[in-house]
Design a protein around this ligand. Structure first.
Ligand code: ARG
Length: 565
């Protein structure tokens, strides 16, 4: 309808383009001011005329086309031209859009590939709450892109190479055993790593040994690589448990170790392009002209490092996937790192350098306490998820002990609550976990949205499929409350595109709260099961659409919706 009105106005007024008109037309916050409004102030400046006069002229110009444009009423108020739509027609149009495939959401991404680098934990280290954030945000951005038709390559860039593995091998040989590592997993690897760091000051030879083991790894020594690989397998078992709880998977687990043999070619290319500088034996890219610390490429012993392995990974991905964009979801403390490596790609003269995007996020705290490994305040992501599930189970036992499939619902609600809480605020903001807030059934929470979905499903079950006959009279849905709900359905596509444009799943999370709130208001004010046939029928169709959109939007965040709660 907005498009139709804009087209008509552009026909009438010559001096303005379709895009300008579209941009100008707004949705008033107060519905008494119409469904759309055109503020005439900018036009008044342009045309040197009084805004009220323009608004009046516009109104007169639209009057003959009301029927054709689906307009019920036009008013000019204080320099605004306010347009009221014919609600029944409008409702019909929106509902038939949502009826379409993909809930009426277009797929502009078809034929385009996006690489996404997220989660990426560090082998032999715990999967901490920061990794939980990259996994949740990354997974949602993946689902959002997929919804718009993009082909997404989900890459887990494991931190599986570096001098720390030399230390770990020495620590393992001195203070652990096969049985202990097998039994306690990452916890044991972390224990001996900490022990190495406390012992090394008194025994400098430990550092020598660690260096030697890492050199062996770099030279493909069989024993060194076997131990390293085993640490990797042990760690992966734990990571996979978290991924399973979250319902997350990846297309590639090529981590840092995959790129170590690609760094020599990178060094050659950088040399050819005259970008390398020697600095105390190390090779660097000088970035002082861009106010950045130098980007380290090789250490003085010639070995690769995080930066150079990452640059090699960019080149590999471009060649392998020919991506339209490559996104990196990590904590904001890595912003400089990504600025440096993206700058390196630019200096290497790759004109697609601006298709590389760092998507940073803020810190996590638990009940107000800052989490950090250094102070020993180690929190495992798995523990957070498990605690959420236990708390959800307790709530079910109290509120609905006869519920079927309690275990599954507790998992969906507990995990869903953690995900929603993470995604509801702008990602750059810090997240604080306060259990009462995360799991509340009221307010802006996952359980509130899931509960709304279960409520809609329960209405549909009670009316055994009656919605399938469709709406016979759209007038039924034109009261303020129903109309408001239908209009909210129309916002789904814009929420998805908005979320993608800003790499911000919170746009969809917030949309879900708006939709759930509009639905609950409708549920309280418009009787459904008790209504007359015509009303009942139309309202059931609306309930059905709302539940479909809620479920779909939740899935874009990585949240499952139980049928009953
Ligand atoms: N392993 C890193 C960490 O845990 C994250 C890696 C992010 N991806 C990348 N290509 N640098 O902090």
């Amino acid at each position: 309808m907005k498009e139709k009105v804009c087209n008509k106005l552009v026909e009438i007024y010559e001096g303005i383009s379709y895009e300008q008109m579209y941009e100008l037309m707004e949705v008033p916050t107060d519905e008494k001011m119409g469904d759309y409004a055109i503020p005439c102030f900018a036009l008044a400046k342009l045309w040197r005329k009084n805004p009220a006069a323009i608004a009046n002229e516009m109104k007169e110009a639209l009057l003959p086309f009301m029927q054709e444009l689906g307009i019920e009423k036009v008013e000019n108020v204080g320099g605004y031209c306010n347009i009221f739509v014919n609600r029944a027609k409008y409702v019909e149009a929106i509902m038939s859009k949502v009826e379409q495939e993909n809930l009426g959401v277009k797929k502009p991404g078809l034929g385009k590939t996006i690489c996404m680098d997220y989660s990426s934990p560090n082998i032999a280290k715990n999967f901490h709450v920061g990794h939980l954030r990259t996994t949740i945000i990354g997974n949602s951005l993946y689902k959002l892109h997929e919804k718009l038709g993009y082909e997404v390559v989900r890459i887990n860039h494991l931190g599986d190479w570096g001098t720390q593995f030399g230390k770990l091998i020495v620590a393992y040989k001195n203070w652990s055993s096969k049985e202990e590592v097998e039994e306690k997993g990452i916890e044991e690897l972390m224990r001996i790593y900490v022990k190495f760091n406390t012992e090394k000051d008194a025994k400098p030879e430990l550092m020598e040994e660690a260096r030697a083991w890492f050199v062996k790894m770099e030279q493909n020594d069989e024993e060194a690589l076997a131990i390293w690989n085993w640490f990797k397998e042990i760690s992966m078992v734990e990571y996979e448990r978290v991924y399973k709880l979250l319902g997350v998977s990846f297309d590639s687990y090529k981590g840092e170790s995959f790129y170590r043999d690609k760094v020599p070619a990178l060094v050659e290319e950088l040399k050819e392009k005259r970008l390398l500088t020697e600095s105390q034996g190390a090779k660097i890219i000088d970035l002082s002209a861009y106010d950045m610390a130098p980007c380290l490429i090789t250490k003085s012993d010639g070995g690769s490092i995080y930066h150079s392995r990452d640059i090699a990974a960019i080149l590999y991905r471009k060649k392998t996937y020919d991506f339209e964009k490559c996104l990196y979801v990590t904590g904001s403390e890595q912003s400089l790192h990504f600025k440096q490596i993206f700058k390196a790609i630019e200096l290497m003269n790759y004109d697609w350098y601006d298709n590389l995007v760092h998507v940073p996020y803020g810190l996590v705290s638990l009940e107000g306490a800052k989490l950090s490994t250094r102070t020993g305040n180690i929190v495992y992501a798995e523990d957070i998820l498990k605690e959420a599930m236990e708390r959800a189970m307790k709530a079910i036992q109290e509120k609905n002990p006869s519920l079927a499939d309690k275990e599954m619902v507790a998992k969906q609600v507990g995990v869903g609550a953690v995900i929603f809480h993470d995604l509801y605020n702008q990602r750059i903001k810090n997240v604080n976990f306060s259990w009462d807030e995360v799991l509340s059934f009221e307010g802006t929470t996952g359980p509130y949205v899931q509960y709304t979905y279960a409520r809609a499903k329960s209405i549909l079950r009670k009316s055994s499929g009656a919605q399938e006959n469709g709406v016979s009279d759209y007038e039924v849905l034109t009261d303020d409350v129903s109309f408001g709900l239908v209009k909210t359905l129309l916002g789904y596509e814009a929420a998805i595109t908005g979320a993608i444009e800003r790499y911000e799943p919170s746009v969809v999370a917030r949309y879900l709260i708006t939709l759930a709130t509009a639905f609950n208001r409708f549920y309280h004010e418009c009787p459904i099961i008790q209504a007359d046939d015509k009303e009942k029928q139309a309202r059931l169709v609306l309930v059905d659409m709302v539940q479909r959109v809620i479920k779909d939007a939740c899935s874009l965040l990585g949240i499952e919706c139980p049928e009953e709660m």
